[in-house]
Structure formats: C-alpha cells, structure tokens
Write a protein that binds this ligand. Structure first.
Ligand SMILES: NC(=O)c1ccc[n+]([C@@H]2O[C@H](COP(=O)([O-])OP(=O)(O)OC[C@H]3O[C@@H](n4cnc5c(N)ncnc54)[C@H](OP(=O)(O)O)[C@@H]3O)[C@@H](O)[C@H]2O)c1
Length: 247
C-alpha cells in the first residue's frame, strides 16, 4: 500500500512543490484547494484534487470522507492554507488557519494508517515570533496559534504514534512570485545583505524540510518548530540596520 499524503492548500506555492516531491517518492497524493489547480497539474498520475472551501465545514467533512474512501487511510497531513479572501482578515485568518486545521485533525484522527509514517505538519511563519508589518494582526496570531496547536496535538496524538510539527518559512520565492522578485533588485539586494546565507529561500527548500518531517527518518521528532529562513531571524534589529547601512 503506497503512502497516502493529504496536502491541505497544495494547489499553489510551497504546497504544490511538496505535492511534486511526494509524487517523486511514489506517495498517493490528495490535495485540497479553494480554486482549481493550474492546467499543467490537472492530470498528474497519483495526484487527486478536491476543490473545497475550508470555511465550509460540511463540504470539508464530505471531502475528507471521500478522500479516505477512495484512497485509503492517511499517513501524512500537511497544512499550507492561509486566508486569501476579500472579507474580514481577522475572522478569515482564524477560520482558515486555525479552525479549519483543528477540524481536519479532529475528523482524521481515527483515519490514520495502521502502518507506516503518521505525521502532521503545519506551516507557520516567522511572523509567529516576529512582527511582519506587511501582514495583518490575524496572520500573526494565527501563526502563533498554529505553533501551540502543533505542540498540543504532538502531546495528545503521540500515544497514537502521530507526530505533529510546524515548519516556519520566511519570505519565499515560488513559481507565483518569481517574476516579481526577478525585477525587485532593490529589495532582493537588501535580502542578500541581511540573510546570513546571502540569498532568498525557495519553495522547494521549505517543501524539502516538510518532506523530511513526513519521512521515517524523522520518526522521533514531534512538537518541534523548524524555521527555514537562512538565519535571518537570528539577527538583532541593530545588526540588520548596520548591514543595510553598510557600517
Ligand atoms: N510564500 C511565502 O513567502 C511564505 C512565507 C512565510 C510563510 N508562508 C506560509 O506558507 C504557507 C504557504 O504559503 P504559499 O505562499 O505557498 O501559499 P499560497 O500560494 O497562499 O497557497 C495557499 C494554498 O492554500 C489554499 N487555500 C487557501 N485558502 C483556502 C480555503 N479557504 N480553502 C481551501 N484551500 C485554501 C490555496 O488555494 P487557492 O489558491 O485556491 O486559494 C493554496 O493552495 C502559508 O501558510 C503561508 O502563510 C509563506
């Protein structure tokens, strides 16, 4: 029986990269997204899409039931979704990031495979610990909440053998924004000066860390937050200011 991995929010960005990596590893991949995947992804063997708004609890429950019926119990569940709607950002972030994650976990707790890996990964952000002025307050609170949710479920689902971790990227280059950053020399040059590894990270680099947490190699890792940011969050504001000013 192949490993069955569910990617919530896997139609775009980092989640889409993870779907590709899981397919390379021969997983059966179920993907939930709000909008249809890009045309090139629609007919990949072994990748199955469910277009469902996570805010619709009844539709979500029906989709999860169908996913398990069609493709079997799950080994991995990874959460990428964040609120991208036009409505109230606070309510949207709480519903999309926190409530939907909790609902999916509670609906699937007894639907994990009996053998093989059992892993949940939540995708956070360095905004769980730092303030990103370009993001709303709800984003910060939701990301901080996800980290604590990962710790809570690591403890309560540990006896079932389910590991739960959180991966927190910084600003990431992905297919959808690579043209923007290719032209944003002023910003990219500051990133190069201030990120200890001297460059921006990519979607595949975050996806690789998540794939590790979903592998047997991570069999004793649970309740952890792994930051994928090239070291930028280690620097003090004063040090960043000096690097930018070149003094
Ligand atoms: N990209 C970065 O620079 C960066 C930095 C730090 C942290 N992160 C975190 O990493 C995660 C992924 O980021 P990303 O930029 O790769 O993601 P993204 O492009 O925003 O994609 C998010 C995914 O979640 C789905 N989704 C969102 N709302 C949904 C809903 N209500 N129902 C069903 N699906 C929904 C999206 O589907 P639709 O496209 O159809 O809505 C999409 O597949 C996010 O949690 C983000 O906060 C990203």
């Amino acid at each position: 029986m192949s490993t069955h991995s569910l990617i919530v929010g896997g139609t775009r960005g980092i989640g889409r990269e993870l779907a590709r990596i899981f397919r390379e590893q021969d997983h059966t991949v179920s993907v939930i997204g709000r909008r249809a995947p890009v045309a090139a992804d629609q007919s990949q063997a072994g990748v199955h899409f469910w277009i469902t708004d996570l805010a619709d609890a009844a539709a979500l429950a029906a989709a999860l039931e169908e996913i398990v019926q069609r493709h079997g119990r799950v080994n991995n569940v990874v959460f990428f979704q964040r609120y991208r709607g036009e409505g109230d950002k606070w309510a949207g972030e709480v519903a999309t990031s926190l409530t939907a994650t909790k609902n999916v976990i509670e609906l699937l707790t007894d639907q994990f495979a009996e053998t093989g890996v059992k892993s949940i990964v939540m995708v956070g952000s360095i905004a769980s610990d730092h303030i990103a002025g370009e993001q709303p307050v709800g984003y910060h609170v939701a990301k901080a909440g996800l980290h604590q949710m990962a710790c809570y479920y690591a403890v309560t689902l540990g006896p079932k053998g389910i590991r739960v971790n959180c991966v927190s990227p910084c600003t990431t280059v992905k297919d959808e924004n690579k043209d923007f950053y290719a032209k944003a020399d002023a910003l990219v040059n500051v990133f190069k000066k201030t990120i200890p590894l001297g460059r921006m990270g990519t979607a595949v680099e975050s996806a690789n860390v998540i794939a590790f947490l979903c592998s047997p190699q991570a069999s004793f890792v649970t309740g952890q937050q792994i930051t994928v940011d090239g070291g930028v969050s280690l620097l003090s504001q004063e040090s960043l200011a000096r690097k930018i000013a070149g003094v």
